[in-house]
Design a protein around this ligand. Sequence first.
Ligand code: CUA
Length: 157
Amino acid sequence: MRIHTYEKLWLAGSFVLIVGFIVTITYGSVGLGITMIDDEADGVSPDEIPSDERFSDPRVEQVGEDEYEVYVVAMTFIFQPDPIEVPANSEVTFYVTSRDVIHGFEVAGTNINSMAIPGQVAELTVEFDEPGTYGIVCNEYCGPQHHTMEGSLVVTP
Ligand code: CUA
């Protein structure tokens, strides 16, 4: 059976849509000037954290003109550092691990959402265009004070 030109166009259109969806999912933004790429960095066991150069001192580190790295340690029932402060118009890579049990690392109102797993390091790169304050919550049940486990992220002007 011969494929009519119209059908070819239709097929091509569908293909473009599918690719578009994949791109949207991979580089999805939530309208807050935030884009993210999820990845995994080298792991670190909870025992190694006190002597690990990345995580022994949880912090925000400037690594380029507009580039920052944030080393986040989750533990029952806090996040370190807290608050996390980064300037607007910056690209920020979060490295997130846990010192004890599985926690969540969700920046409320954004699509920054990762598990914090002992032994593993989650890597998330995000661009912040606008100043603002966000709550950070743990969305994995981690013990009796799970519901109180929260932090904050401040994007300064
Ligand atoms: Cu930590 Cu729930």
